[in-house]
Design a binder for this molecule. Sequence first.
Ligand code: NAP
Length: 288
Amino acid sequence: MSTAYLRFLGDQHVLITGGSSGIGLALALQAAEAGARLSLVARDEGKLTAARGAILEKCPKAAVLTATADVAVQSAVLAALTEAERVHGPVDVLVTSAGVAQPGYFEEVPVAVFARAMAVNYFGTLYPLKALVPAMRQRGRGAVVLISSGAGLCGIFGYTPYAPSKFALRGLAESLRAELVGTGVRIVIVYPPDTLTPQLAAENLTKPLETRAITAGAGLWTAEAVARATWEGLARGRFSVTPGLPLSALAWLHSVAAPILRWSFDRTARQARVVARAATAEGGRRGR
Ligand SMILES: NC(=O)c1ccc[n+]([C@@H]2O[C@H](COP(=O)([O-])OP(=O)(O)OC[C@H]3O[C@@H](n4cnc5c(N)ncnc54)[C@H](OP(=O)(O)O)[C@@H]3O)[C@@H](O)[C@H]2O)c1
């Protein structure tokens, strides 16, 4: 697929939190192909080094800086941004892709998991925005791209810790968008459906069967396809990016369709439980 529409990224400094894996890494690879200077921020130095290696293998001339930071720690974020701007100059495009998800039944998930979701997904997005947006406004140009989730558009069974943190990003993006009108700084919020990444694999370890049944409706995307939709959305001046028809429809119709969605999701959850119980009973009969 042609990436000509990404020409605008050429020679831009693109900083991606969570750029060492999954959607963040796919965004980094595509930005490198378009000629961007890259800064990748994440916690694990080994994963960052591997990501840098993968990018250089595809784009040997790419300028890729890596910086370790836990995005939930403001001072660590600021140190990483300072290092990135020292090497590559002011950040032109900020992407906040670092995120965590640990689904489960509400009663079984400890409060610490709720707190961590807000700390990483919400505050881990807020800190780099607070640090970089004022300078972008002063320069009169720049872009910020927030990676939310389909669970940031509508509450989903099993995502009680995750969905609020992704809803919070929506509130932040919508409010900040209004303040950025006419400043030359653009903001994009992305609501990916289930995407084949290490995070999804980890989620699947604790995901309730009802959650699987409900999210299956939006299909399974590759990180590359989500990254393409994201850059394309930015290139076309979109505010909201919803890869695929189900999420696009959800974004448009959610408020109107909320009662129908609740009814449909409840029914899917009930049916998933009935199927699981029948399978367990069948297994029991066979075992006897
Ligand atoms: N995969 C999906 O189905 C899906 C669907 C909708 C939305 N999303 C969202 O998309 C974003 C990317 O997810 P992904 O699926 O690509 O996950 P992933 O492959 O697991 O990548 C997550 C990235 O975030 C980094 N990260 C995690 N916690 C961090 C922290 N506290 N500080 C700094 N970096 C941190 C990870 O590196 P370290 O572990 O080394 O820090 C890694 O680079 C997330 O915000 C996620 O919620 C994913």
